[in-house]
Each structure stands twice: as structure tokens, then as C-alpha cells.
Design a binder for this molecule. Structure first.
Ligand code: B16
Ligand code: MG
Length: 218
């Protein structure tokens, strides 16, 4: 069997932290006197903390000073962390652990490639940290997805080439990042939204061991 690198996004792939991001951002927006919808929240998936706040302020027609911007990001993160603190293994999305275990039994590299600066803590909370050989997250990158930086750093740290990497992503920007990096892109979610992916599955319950084997041996 050949050795490939499987790179997992975090939010929307391993766990659904989007619902906690939503609650925390919404609290901030409400404190400024406006609201936003679940549909708008979709646009924040895979987007960095800075870019998320920029979008939210634009929705509320607010402009703030640089100091306030930093204060708001800290406030949102403090509120977000209250939810993260309580996360546990049962929040891992269906068949993710099964997939990780299959890949690790097949002696494959496993990496995380996430925009989140809280990624390590979340993986610790849900008890998955030790399954990853390499963690690349929002603390390691200067350019957000769709820039391929996050995935290229993962490949570099694993001493492997991009063409040996397979990325699981739920966000369009993440699929574009994987494609630009020259990696195999696997969309997790809606077929229409993620049409730029090489493959799309609703979730990991649709991904068979035969398919994983084929990815390993191609
Ligand atoms: P943090 P991913 C992303 O995670 C989230 O989808 C996005 O909504 C969030 O703004 C971003 O992480 C940054 O998160 O505030 O924790 O640094 O999908 O790239 O794993
Ligand atoms: Mg994501």
C-alpha cells in the first residue's frame, strides 16, 4: 500500500462548530442592535475570524475603530469558548472516527487543515487529538482559504507532495484551496454548492472503505 496524506478540515467535517460560532457572533451583533440569519451564517463557514467580523459589521452597516474591532473579536471568542469547553466525543460527526481509524490502520498520514485558532482545543475536547500526525490551523497561516497555504504547510510538514494529498472540506473556499494546491478535493455536504470538488459526499457515512482504499492505491 502506498502512503498518502489525508487532510481534514475541522468545522463542518469533523464536528459542527458552526452552530456555536453562530450563537457567539449573533450575541455580538445583537449587542450592537442588529441580527443576522442562519442563511447569512452559511457565508461564515471556513472564513477566518477577522473576515467573519468584517462581513457581520457590513450586514449591520456598522463601522468600528481598530481597537473596537479587536475587542469585538475577543468578546466573540470568549463567548464561543464557553460552548467549546463543554464539547465531548459524541459531537464528532457520523463515521468520522471510523474513517480516521481505517486510515490509521492502513498506515496513512493524517493531518488537520483548519482556519480555526481553537482547533487544538476542540480536538482535545472530543478526544481526537492523538489521531492526527500534524495540525495546521489558524495560528500557522498568513493567508486564508481559498489560498492553499494551510494545506501546503500540512504537506510540507508531512514531507509529502501535494499530489499525494487528499483533502476533506465542507466550504467552497476550502475546496478551491485544495484544487489550487493540486490535491484531490473531497466535498462534504451539498453536491450543488460543492460542485468544484473532485468528489462530493453528504457525510462520511457515504464514504466506503473501498473508496478510501482506491484513494490510497491510485
Ligand atoms: P476561530 P474550519 C473555521 O473552521 C470556521 O468554519 C469559521 O466559521 C471560523 O470563523 C474559522 O474557523 C475561525 O475560527 O474563530 O476559532 O479561529 O472550517 O476552517 O475548520
Ligand atoms: Mg469547514
Amino acid at each position: 500500500m502506498s502512503k498518502k496524506a489525508f487532510i481534514f478540515d475541522l468545522d463542518g467535517v469533523i464536528v459542527d462548530t458552526a452552530k456555536y460560532h453562530f450563537l457567539a457572533w449573533r450575541k455580538l451583533a445583537n449587542s450592537m442592535g442588529f441580527d443576522f440569519t442562519h442563511e447569512q451564517n452559511e457565508q461564515l463557514k471556513g472564513v477566518s475570524r477577522v473576515k467573519s467580523l468584517e462581513k457581520i459589521l457590513a450586514w449591520g452597516n456598522k463601522s468600528v475603530s481598530e481597537d473596537e474591532f479587536i475587542k469585538f473579536m475577543a468578546q466573540k471568542n470568549d463567548d464561543y469558548l464557553i460552548y467549546i469547553e463543554k464539547m465531548e466525543a459524541q459531537e464528532i460527526l457520523p463515521d468520522v472516527t471510523k474513517t480516521l481509524d481505517y486510515l490509521s490502520a492502513a498506515n496513512q498520514h493524517i493531518a488537520l487543515g483548519s482556519a480555526s485558532k481553537n482547533a487544538r482545543m476542540i480536538l482535545e475536547k472530543v478526544n481526537l487529538l492523538e489521531k492526527f500526525d500534524v495540525l495546521v490551523d489558524g495560528n500557522d497561516v498568513t493567508k486564508a482559504k481559498p489560498d492553499p497555504e494551510v494545506f501546503l504547510i500540512a504537506a510540507q510538514q508531512l514531507h509529502t507532495n501535494p499530489e499525494n494529498c487528499i483533502v476533506f472540506e465542507d466550504a467552497v473556499a476550502g475546496i478551491q484551496a485544495a484544487n489550487t494546491a493540486g490535491m484531490v478535493s473531497i466535498g462534504i455536504g451539498d453536491k450543488k454548492t460543492l460542485h468544484e470538488s473532485d468528489y462530493v459526499f453528504k457525510d462520511f457515512t457515504e464514504i466506503s472503505e473501498a473508496f478510501l482504499k482506491e484513494l490510497i492505491n491510485r
